[in-house]
Design a binder for this molecule. Structure first.
Ligand code: PHE
Length: 338
């Protein structure tokens, strides 16, 4: 009996040593289950010992059973720690395979920027707003009626040829100026009127300083006694606020059918005069056309060339840069320039 137990102990020690070496020798996580089964599986060495137990005399069984259970627990612990070792190694390998390199340059996010025309428009609207002008708008597709007739330019008027017009069918056209918004506004509301109307205008014309699509801001101030002095005062204040007090500005007599008297205003660019706006006292006939009484109210109107102002502001030599979307150009305006 003690002899059988002694034999069991030898067997147990052998299995223990074998399991020790086997658990330690497993190099890959994938191999662990098979190796473990060699000892703890249904056909494993320890399970075989249990069968051996059956052949022992009854009084030896409790002791032998306890020995085998102790072995089993030990071998389980052995393989559990082998599992833990291999799990940790696998994690380590995975982590070092996709290690973060903090010295790598970040990804560059493409940033948009306000187009120079929009930047200038925003500034002008803001500035004129502070001078008391309210913002309004009119349609880009206009009727001949609004673009010409109501502005004192009948079909036979020579000034109608001055502007190369994109005509559409049915008496419609692409507006050649923002001045029709004067008429639309006065038709809609009784005086006093003090508005600005920015927008696109269209003329069949293209070179370094003319684009077929460009931007104007129309201004109109009508009240009981708005005079030519107000026109000069407001426009001078406006251009000084825009360019600083030292910028040279000149008023030249001019002609527009819808203003009388009329002026054109030039700004010195450093090398030449550039015309930036037309203006004048609103013609009595235009006031009558919208149902105003020229003996009661009067005022002035102006039309600003926004693209020209942008060219002067940014020192551009060719108006076409504004439309080409060449990033070497547009990138320079990132973040605004003022
Ligand atoms: N509409 C004129 C133009 O486009 C400018 C202008 C506006 C002149 C208002 C006088 C008054 O040239």
């Amino acid at each position: 009996m003690s002899e059988a137990l002694a034999g069991l102990k030898v067997e147990i020690a052998a299995i223990q040593a074998d399991a020790d070496a086997a658990a330690e020798g497993v190099a890959r996580l994938a191999d662990l289950p098979t190796t473990r089964a060699r000892f703890l599986g249904r056909k494993g060495a320890i399970t075989a010992l249990m069968q051996w137990l059956g052949r022992l005399p009854a009084d030896a069984k409790p002791l032998a059973g306890a020995e085998i259970n102790a072995l089993k627990a030990q071998v389980e612990t052995l393989f559990d720690s082998a599992q833990a070792r291999l799990d940790a190694a696998a994690l380590e390998a995975a982590l070092s395979a996709r290690r973060v390199d903090p010295t790598l340059p970040g990804r560059v996010v493409a940033r948009g920027a306000t187009h120079p025309i929009q930047a200038v428009l925003d500034d002008l609207v803001d500035l004129l707003g502070r001078l008391g002008f309210e913002l309004t708008e009119g349609p880009e597709v206009e009727s001949e009626q609004y673009n010409f007739d109501l502005l004192n330019m009948p079909a036979s008027h020579p000034a109608r040829d001055m502007q190369d017009t994109f005509y559409l069918d049915g008496g419609l056209l692409l507006r050649t100026q923002t001045s029709p918004v004067q008429v639309r506004t006065m038709q809609r509301q009784a005086p006093p009127v003090r508005i600005i109307a920015p927008g696109k205008v269209f003329r069949c014309d293209a070179d370094t300083t003319h684009s077929p699509v460009f931007h104007q801001i129309e201004g109109l101030w009508i009240d009981k006694d708005v005079t030519m002095a107000d026109l000069k005062g407001v426009l001078t204040a406006f251009l000084r606020a825009l360019y600083g007090d030292s910028r040279e500005v000149r008023f030249r007599p001019s002609f527009f059918p819808f203003t009388e008297p009329s002026v054109e205003v030039d700004v010195w660019t450093g090398s030449r005069w550039m015309e930036v706006l037309g203006a004048g006292m609103v013609h009595p006939q235009v006031l009558r056309n919208v149902g105003y009484d020229p003996n009661e109210v009067q005022g002035f109107a102006f039309g600003l060339g926004v693209d020209r102002l942008a060219m002067i502001r940014y020192g551009m030599t060719d108006i076409r840069y504004l439309w080409e979307n060449d990033q070497r150009f547009t990138r320079q305006f990132r973040g605004g320039l003022r």
